[in-house]
Design a protein around this ligand. Structure first.
Ligand code: ATP
Length: 564
C-alpha cells in the first residue's frame, strides 16, 4: 500500500470537525487496511507506531525537525526557522520545501506505508552515540521520496502532532462501523475488547475477523490493561444504592496510586500503573515483596500502593510517592527514603485463567488465600461486609479520623469490568470542588521567577476536543520539600512546547493537574465559554491520562449548581 493513501485520509480527516464524518472516513479506510495492509498500521492513524501504552518515542524535538528538514532538502536551517516563525507548522514547511525540490519523476510518489512504518520504528529504537545523525538519515531517506503532502505528515508524525483530531473514541466507533455492522452495542463491544488488550492493532485485527474473535480477547499476565473505575457517591446511602443495595463490601480508600501486579507462569513479575506504564524497574521492593508473600503460579492483582515515612511510619500523601513513579535512576536510594506498602484489593487472573467473571466475593476469597499480609509491606485491603448504613458510616468516620481519603463501597456480586465506571464500585470522600484538567499552555514568570513557566492554561474535554477553562498560577511551591515546585513543572513542560510567542507557550497536552477553585464564571475569553475563578493546583496527577480529564459537561453542571 502506498503512503499516499494514508495521506489522503489524513487530509480528509483534517478537513472536517464533525465526529460522524471522521468515523465514516476512517471506517472506509479500515476496510482497505484489512484487505491490503498490516494490522499495526492502525497505529499510524493516531500518529504512532506502537500501542498507546508503549513509552518509546521518536525523540524528535522541534529543533531536530528543523535540522532534518534543512538536511533533507539541502537548505539553510536559518531559512527553515524564518518560515517557521511565520507559519508555526513544520509539517507545512516540509511540504513547501518538498514541492520546491526538483525530484526525479521515477522516485516521486513511490513511498510505501511499509517503508514509512519501518523507518519510523527504527527512529524510536536508535540510542547512544551518533543517534542524532542516524535518526536524521532515516528522516532524510523518507523525505527524499516524499511528495509535498507526504512530507507534511511525516514531519507531523515525528513531532507527535498530526492535527487530524482522531481520538481513541473515534477509532473505536470506526472499527465498530466497519466490522460490526449488524451487531447491537457494537461500539461497547469494541471498547470492552480494548480495555482488555489496550492495543488497537489487536482489537482491529480481531474485529475484522468477526465478533467471535473479538470476544475471545483475554487478559494475560505481563501486559498492561485498563482497571475498573469507581462512581462518585454523594453519601453512604447513595453508595449502597450504586452497588445494588443489600450487603456490600466497604474498604478504606487508600491515598496512593493504583498498581496492577502481574506474575506470568514463568515467574516473571511486572507492575503497571493505571496509565498502563510499566513501573517494574522503579519498584524492585514491590517485586521482592510479591515474590515472597503472594502464593500462586500466575496472577494479576489490583492494588493501591501507599508511601510512608521510613522513620515515623506515618503514611504520606500521594505526591510523595509520585516521585518514585517518575524516577528512573538512583532507585535504591529513593526506595529507602520512600518505602511503600501494597494494599491488595482485587484479583483478575489466577493460576492460568481469568477470574474477572467471578463475583467480587469469590475473588476476594482468593486474595485472602494467597496474600500473606506483613505490616508496612503488603496486606489485603481492610474490608467490612455490611448491609447497615450506620456501620458503614462508622467505618467512614474512622477512616477520615486516621487521615485516609475516604472509603470504597463495592458490590459483592459483581464481576470485574475494566475501564468503565459501571457501578460495581463507588467512592465516598468529603466534598471537594475540583477538576482534573490538562495544561495546554503556559507563561514565563518575571523577576525572581524569570525563566520559569509559572502560570498555566488549563483545558477540559469537549467530546475529544480540548477547550480552555482558565489560567492558574497558584498552588505550586517554592521548595521541593513542600510539594510540586515551579522548577519541576517547568522541567515537565519545556520538552512539550510546540509554539512560542513572546512569553507565552503552547504545549502538547500531557500534564494533568487537579485544580480547585472558588467559583465558575461564564467567560468569552476561553474556548469553553467558562473560566474558573481563583483556581489553585492541588495535585499533579501523573497517574491520570488526558482521556480521564473532566468533561465540559461536568464543568457546566457545576456552574449551574452554583447559580441555583
Ligand atoms: P480520585 O480522584 O478520587 O482519587 P480517581 O479518579 O483517581 O479518584 P477512581 O477510580 O474514581 O479514581 O477512585 C478510585 C481510586 O481509588 C482507584 O483508582 C484506586 O487508585 C484508589 N483506591 C484506594 N483504595 C482503594 C480500594 N480499597 N479499592 C479500590 N480502589 C482504591
Amino acid at each position: 500500500m502506498e503512503y499516499r493513501e494514508f495521506v489522503e485520509v489524513y487530509e480528509n480527516l483534517g478537513k472536517t470537525t464533525k465526529r460522524l464524518e471522521k468515523v465514516d472516513i476512517l471506517a472506509e479506510f479500515l476496510e482497505r487496511i484489512k484487505k491490503k495492509g498490516e494490522k499495526e498500521w492502525v497505529y499510524l492513524l493516531s500518529g504512532r507506531v506502537f500501542p498507546n501504552y508503549e513509552p518509546r518515542e521518536f525523540g524528535i524535538s522541534r529543533q531536530l525537525a528543523i535540522k532534518a528538514i534543512a538536511f533533507s532538502f539541502g537548505i539553510n536551517e536559518a531559512d527553515v526557522i524564518k518560515r517557521f516563525k511565520k507559519i508555526g507548522d513544520l509539517g507545512e514547511i516540509a511540504e513547501e520545501f518538498a514541492l520546491r525540490k526538483k525530484q526525479m519523476p521515477l522516485v516521486k510518489g513511490k513511498l510505501s506505508v511499509g517503508k514509512v512504518f519501518d523507518n519510523l520504528r527504527k527512529i524510536t529504537e536508535i540510542e547512544g552515540k551518533g543517534a542524532v545523525d542516524r535518526k536524521l538519515d532515516l528522516v532524510k531517506e523518507l523525505l527524499g521520496y516524499a511528495s509535498g503532502r507526504e512530507a507534511k505528515y511525516i514531519v507531523r508524525t515525528l513531532l507527535s502532532d498530526l492535527r487530524i483530531g482522531v481520538a481513541d473514541g473515534v477509532l473505536r466507533d470506526a472499527i465498530a462501523k466497519a466490522f460490526l455492522k449488524n451487531e447491537e452495542r457494537a461500539s461497547e463491544k469494541i471498547e470492552e475488547a480494548y480495555d482488555l488488550a489496550v492495543d488497537w492493532a489487536i482489537v482491529f485485527d480481531a474485529a475484522s475477523k468477526g465478533v467471535k474473535e473479538l470476544e475471545e480477547i483475554e487478559i494475560v499476565p505481563g501486559k498492561p490493561m485498563n482497571v475498573m473505575l469507581a462512581i462518585k457517591a454523594k453519601d453512604i446511602a447513595e453508595g449502597f444504592e450504586i452497588c445494588g443495595g443489600g450487603k456490600v463490601g466497604i474498604e478504606i480508600k487508600y491515598d496512593g496510586f493504583r498498581m496492577l501486579i502481574n506474575k506470568t507462569k514463568d515467574g516473571e513479575i511486572s507492575l503497571f500503573t493505571r496509565r498502563l506504564e510499566n513501573v517494574t524497574r522503579q519498584f524492585p521492593d514491590v517485586v521482592d515483596v510479591v515474590k515472597r508473600h503472594v502464593k500462586g503460579e500466575s496472577f494479576i492483582l489490583d492494588s493501591e500502593v501507599v508511601g510512608y515515612d521510613a522513620k515515623t511510619k506515618k503514611y504520606k500523601p500521594f505526591e510523595a510517592i509520585s516521585q518514585r513513579i517518575k524516577r528512573k535512576y538512583e532507585i535504591e536510594e529513593l526506595e529507602k527514603k520512600l518505602p511503600v506498602e501494597v494494599n491488595i484489593f482485587d484479583i483478575l487472573y489466577y493460576n492460568g485463567k481469568s477470574v474477572m467473571k467471578e463475583s467480587f466475593r469469590e475473588r476476594r476469597k482468593i486474595v485472602e488465600k494467597i496474600v500473606d499480609s506483613v505490616e508496612f509491606k503488603i496486606k489485603v485491603a481492610e474490608q467490612i461486609v455490611t448491609d447497615r448504613e450506620e456501620e458503614a458510616m462508622k467505618f467512614y468516620d474512622r477512616a477520615l479520623k486516621v487521615g485516609e481519603e475516604g472509603i470504597m463501597i463495592k458490590n459483592l456480586n459483581a464481576e470485574y469490568k475494566p475501564g468503565r465506571r459501571v457501578g460495581y464500585m463507588a467512592k465516598l470522600k468529603p466534598e471537594t470542588k475540583d477538576f482534573d484538567l490538562v495544561i495546554v499552555g503556559a507563561e514565563y514568570g518575571t523577576g525572581k521567577r524569570g525563566g520559569l513557566l509559572t502560570s498555566y492554561i488549563l483545558a477540559c474535554d469537549d467530546e475529544g476536543r480540548l477547550v480552555e477553562v482558565g489560567k492558574v498560577s497558584s498552588g505550586l511551591k517554592e521548595k521541593e520539600s513542600e510539594g510540586m515546585t515551579f522548577e519541576e513543572m517547568t522541567k515537565l513542560l519545556k520538552p512539550l512546547i510546540i509554539e512560542e510567542k513572546g512569553n507565552v507557550v503552547k504545549v502538547k497536552p500531557k500534564i494533568v493537574v487537579s485544580v480547585t477553585y472558588q467559583n465558575i464564571q461564564k467567560s468569552p475569553s476561553y474556548s469553553s465559554g467558562y473560566a474558573l475563578r481563583f483556581p489553585r493546583i492541588t495535585r499533579y496527577r501523573p497517574d491520570k491520562s488526558i482521556e480521564e480529564i473532566t468533561s465540559l459537561d461536568e464543568v457546566e453542571r457545576e456552574a449551574k449548581k452554583e447559580r441555583k
